[in-house]
Every structure is written in C-alpha cells, then in structure tokens.
Ligand binder design. Structure first.
Ligand SMILES: C[S@@+](CC[C@H](N)C(=O)[O-])C[C@H]1O[C@@H](n2cnc3c(N)ncnc32)[C@H](O)[C@@H]1O
Length: 198
C-alpha cells in the first residue's frame, strides 16, 4: 500500500535520514556483508537508504524498487548522478522480477507492515535471496502504527497485521533464522535474518 501525505512528509524529512544512518550502523555492527554483494532494497522511498547502502556496503549490484512511481521519481532526483550505479524501478515486493536465489542481501526499511499480504512479501524476499543470504529489516507492530492517534494520521492496511510472535513465526516458516535482533514488542523490530542453507 502506498503511503499517504503525512507519512511522505515523515519519510522525506531530515530526521529520517539520521534514523536510517543509525539503523545501517546497527546493521553493520551486527553482521558482515562482503563488498561486491548483490543487494536489493524493497520499498526504497526517496532513495536515501539506497545511497547509504551504496556507500556503506560497496555492492557489485544495487537495485532499489518501490510501488509508488512518485517515490521513484523522488529517488531519481535525490540520488546524485555519480550514484547512477543504483538501478531504480517501480515494482511490487509481491512480484519481484528475479529468478530464485539471486540476491546476497535484501533490505526493507518499514515496508512489510505496508503490505496487505505481508506473508506473501516475506515469501518473495526469501525466494530471491541466495541460501545464506541476509534480510535486513526494520518493521513496526500495530500498537505503534494503529493506535488511536496514528491511525488518524497515517494510512496502513488494517486486516491481518503482524505482531512480534506472528513475524517470528512467519520468518521461521519462510526459512529464516535471526542473526541479530533488537526488538520492542509495542513498537517494532530491527533485525538481520539469514536464509537457511538448503
Ligand atoms: C514507510 S515507507 C518507507 C520508505 C523508505 N524505505 C524509508 O525508510 O524512508 C514504505 C515504502 O514502501 C513502499 N511500498 C508499499 N508497498 C509496497 C510494495 N508492495 N512493493 C514495493 N514497495 C512498497 C511505499 O510506497 C513506501 O515508499
């Protein structure tokens, strides 16, 4: 589901850049991703995260996609020309245009909780990751985004939302194990999950 004007303001703010920097710093502390990796960022928004991934992980390939053409246009404007090694496209996490086991890492900053079919999105991320590949995620739980105030400001799918236990179970079912996790059950989770070797 595309984000509304209020969330666009939030994710396009300088505060979000600071937060994403801290998230990526935490990811780097909690795992190791070799330079030269194939990386996909899903739901990339205006591209600030993709720019940080390019700088921080020196990938051989970096694709960044979003459902919302407006966000991809913003990313095209946001990323300086020397960052044209980031391939940006409009797409849906539920239908990623890659063969199985293509990517070494998938990053998703605040994306899964925007999908009406979030288990489907998780399955698709698992499908495109190589065995041993890493899923870097920042996600939020309903008490955070569906409380009395937030639901009047932001727009999120309402049915079949995941709480902590649901996400843990679905990750396990999709073949992931946690490598690092920082979680607050009333807010959300920051984590790195590894796709098990076949
Ligand atoms: C909360 S915003 C986060 C944006 C960016 N990752 C950030 O952290 O600033 C969620 C993003 O996910 C995108 N999104 C929602 N559903 C999607 C889908 N099915 N496929 C790809 N992107 C999706 C939205 O358009 C939006 O840009």
């Amino acid at each position: 589901m595309k984000i509304n004007w209020a969330e666009r303001l939030m994710v396009n703010s300088p505060v979000r850049i600071v937060v994403q920097r801290l998230l990526i710093r935490w990811f780097k502390k909690n795992t190791f991703l070799k330079p030269g990796a194939k990386i996909l960022e899903v739901g990339c928004g205006r591209g600030a995260g993709a720019a940080m991934l390019l700088k921080g992980f020196a990938p051989a390939l970096l694709h960044a996609m979003d459902l919302d053409l407006r966000m991809i246009r913003q990313a095209q404007d946001y990323l300086p020309p020397q960052q044209n090694d980031i391939f940006l496209y409009v797409g849906d996490v539920l239908h990623l245009p890659y063969p199985d086991a293509t990517m070494d890492a998938v990053f998703g900053f605040g994306v899964l909780h925007h999908l009406p079919d979030w288990p489907g999105g998780l399955g698709e991320i698992a499908r495109v990751l190589k065995p041993g590949g890493q899923y870097f995620l920042e996600e939020f739980y309903p008490p955070f985004y569906q409380n009395f105030i937030a639901r009047r400001i932001f727009l999120h799918p309402e049915k079949d939302r995941f709480h902590s236990a649901d996400l843990h179970q679905a990750l396990k079912a999709a073949g992931f194990t946690w490598r690092g996790i920082l979680e607050c059950p009333l807010v959300g989770v920051l984590g790195v999950a590894i796709k098990e070797e076949a």
